[in-house]
Design a protein around this ligand. Structure first.
Ligand SMILES: Cc1ncc(COP(=O)(O)O)c(C=O)c1O
Length: 474
C-alpha cells in the first residue's frame, strides 16, 4: 500500500482534492449481460447513423453514461475499471474536480476565440514553460495545433523550414497520426511549401525494440548500432535519403508496443543530431503529461529536443495540441505558417493549465512511479506461469505485456491478446492493446487511479489470462 504520508501532500494543498474518493466505490460491477438493454438500444441507433469503420466500439461494446475517476458507468448501471483513459487522454481521470472547475470557469467566460490572448491561454503558456526540458525552458515558442497528428505535421513543416531540407528520419513501430496531406489540395503554394509528408520523404530506421530487433545485436549495443546508421545517413551523400530535415522519435513508443528504449538511445540521438545540425523532434503526444512518471518522458534522460509535440491529456478531453520549439526557429517564420480555425481552445487550455499545475504540485508523479513498478512486478509474477507472455516491460503508467504463441518461437499472440481483452471487458476492466501485431496488452489508466483498482484489475487480468490460455490449449 502507498503510505498515507505519500498521499497527503495532494490533500494538504487547498487547490487539491482528495484522490481517494474519485472513482465509483463498487467497481467493477456487472449487473446485466454486456451489452445491456439500454446500451444495445443506443448502439443500434449509432449503427444507423455513424460510419461502420469505428474501432473502439467494436471492442468496448457499451453506451456510456458517465465517468468518475478511473471508472466508467454504462447506461445499464454496469461499472468498469478504466485502464484505458481514452488512450492516455484522461490522465487525471474522469470528472476530476480541479480540472472540471477550471473548465467551467472558462466556459462561463468564452468558449472559442481563435488566437487572441485570454487569461487561460497565458496561464497555460506560463505553466507549460515552467515544466519544459532545460534546453527549452524560458527560450521556446509554442504553436498551437489541434490533434497529435496535426502537431507532428507542424513539427515536420517547421524542421523543413529551418533546414531547407525535405527528408524526415522516423522509426519502425512509430505512430505519429494519420491525418494530413489535404494541404496538397489547397491551391495557395504558400501553405504547401513545407507541409505534407509524402512516403518518399520518410526514411525509417529500426527503433531499439530489443524483443523484436530485426538483426542480432547485443542489447547494450543497440543504440549505437542505430545511431551509427543515422550518422551514416547524415554524412554520406550516397546513403540514400538525401539532406535530412529532422529526426522524429517517440521517447517511449506508444502504439508500437510500449517500448522503452535503452537509456543511452535519446542522448546518442541528441549528440548526432546536434553534430549535424538536424532538428531533433520528440513526439510526447502519448508519453507526455506525466504518463511515464515525469511530466515529459525526455526528463528521464535529460535530453532537450529542438521541437516537442504535445497533445492528448493537455486538453483534459478537449482536443488541443501544440509544438514547442527553440525560439531561434521562430525567426523568419511567416504568419499563417501552419494555420487553422482552432488553435488553442480556451476551455482546453484552462484544463491544461490545471492539469500541469496539479502534476507539479501534487504527489501524482511519485504515485505513478511507485504503483507502476508494483504493477509491473505483479505482471512479471503472473507471466512466470504462462508460456504465452513473451515479455513484460514499461515505465511509469506505460506498462505492457507482449503476448506470443510461445516464448521460444515468439510468434505474435494476436488472437490471445484479443481474447484476453474481451475476457477482461466481460469481467469489468477496460484494457486495450497495441504493438506491431496488436498483441501487446497495455496499462494506461489515469495517473490518479486508486491502488485498489490496480490490484483488482490485475486479479482480473490473471483470471482472464488463465481462462484464455486454457481455452487455446483445448
Ligand atoms: C505518439 C503519438 N503521436 C501522435 C499521435 C496522433 O494523435 P491524434 O490521434 O490526436 O492525431 C498519437 C496517437 O495515439 C500518438 O500516440
Amino acid at each position: 500500500m502507498l503510505s498515507a504520508a505519500r498521499m497527503s501532500r495532494a490533500s494538504r494543498d487547498d487547490s487539491m482534492e482528495n484522490l481517494s474518493s474519485l472513482s465509483f466505490e463498487e467497481a467493477p460491477l456487472i449487473r446485466t449481460e454486456i451489452p445491456g438493454p439500454k446500451s444495445r438500444e443506443l448502439m443500434e441507433k449509432q449503427n444507423a447513423f455513424e460510419t461502420g469503420s469505428r474501432t473502439y466500439t467494436r471492442q468496448f461494446r457499451i453506451a456510456v453514461r458517465r465517468g468518475r475517476g478511473s471508472t466508467i458507468e454504462d447506461m445499464d448501471g454496469n461499472v468498469f475499471i478504466d485502464w484505458f483513459a481514452g488512450v492516455c487522454v484522461m490522465n487525471l481521470g474522469h470528472s476530476h474536480p480541479v480540472v472540471q472547475k477550471a473548465m467551467v470557469r472558462q466556459l462561463e467566460e468564452i468558449t472559442h476565440i481563435n488566437e487572441m490572448p485570454t487569461e487561460s491561454r497565458i496561464s497555460f503558456l506560463e505553466t507549460l514553460n515552467s515544466t519544459l526540458p532545460q534546453g527549452l525552458k524560458n527560450s521556446a515558442r509554442t504553436m498551437f495545433t489541434v490533434t497529435g497528428g496535426d502537431a507532428c505535421e507542424a513539427a515536420v513543416s517547421l524542421a523543413r523550414h529551418v533546414t531547407g531540407n525535405r527528408t524526415i528520419v522516423a522509426f519502425g513501430g512509430a505512430y505519429h497520426g494519420v491525418a494530413g496531406d489535404i494541404v496538397r489540395a489547397t491551391a495557395n503554394y504558400h501553405y504547401r511549401q513545407y507541409a505534407g509528408i509524402a512516403l518518399q520523404d520518410v526514411y525509417h530506421l529500426p527503433y531499439p525494440y530489443s524483443y523484436r530487433f530485426p538483426v542480432k545485436v547485443r542489447e547494450e549495443e543497440m543504440s549505437s548500432f542505430i545511431v551509427s546508421h543515422l550518422e551514416h545517413l547524415l554524412r554520406d551523400p550516397y546513403a540514400g535519403p538525401g539532406p535530412v530535415a529532422g529526426v522524429l522519435v517517440e521517447p517511449v513508443q506508444g502504439e508500437g508496443g510500449y517500448v522503452v528504449p535503452p537509456s543511452d538511445f535519446l542522448p546518442m540521438l541528441r549528440e548526432v543530431t546536434e553534430k549535424y545540425h538536424v532538428p531533433l523532434i520528440l513526439d510526447e503526444v502519448q508519453s507526455g503529461v506525466g504518463r511515464t512518471g515525469r511530466i515529459w518522458a525526455s526528463e528521464h534522460t535529460g535530453v532537450s529536443p529542438d521541437i516537442m509535440c504535445i497533445s492528448k491529456s493537455i486538453g483534459g478531453g478537449i482536443p488541443v495540441s501544440a509544438i514547442v520549439y527553440r525560439e531561434d526557429y521562430d525567426r523568419n517564420l511567416p504568419g499563417g505558417f501552419h494555420l487553422g480555425t482552432y488553435r488553442g481552445n480556451p476551455v482546453a487550455l484552462a484544463a491544461g493549465n490545471a492539469i500541469l499545475g496539479y502534476l507539479r504540485n501534487s504527489d501524482v508523479l511519485e504515485r505513478v512511479n511507485v504503483l507502476g513498478r508494483k504493477l509491473k512486478s505483479r505482471f512479471e509474477e503472473i507471466a512466470r506461469r504462462y508460456d504465452e507472455v513473451g515479455e513484460v516491460r514499461g515505465i511509469g503508467f506505460m506498462v505492457a505485456t507482449e503476448m506470443v504463441s510461445d516464448r521460444k518461437s515468439r510468434e505474435p499472440g494476436t488472437a490471445i491478446a484479443s481474447k484476453l481483452k474481451e475476457q477482461m471487458f466481460s469481467r469489468g476492466v477496460l484494457m486495450h492493446t497495441c504493438g506491431h501485431y496488436s498483441n501487446v496488452m497495455r496499462f494506461m489508466a489515469p495517473l490518479t487511479i486508486e491502488e485498489r483498482l490496480i490490484d483488482k484489475g490485475a486479479d482480473i487480468y490473471a483470471e482472464a489470462l488463465d481462462s484464455v490460455t486454457k481455452d487455446t490449449k483445448h
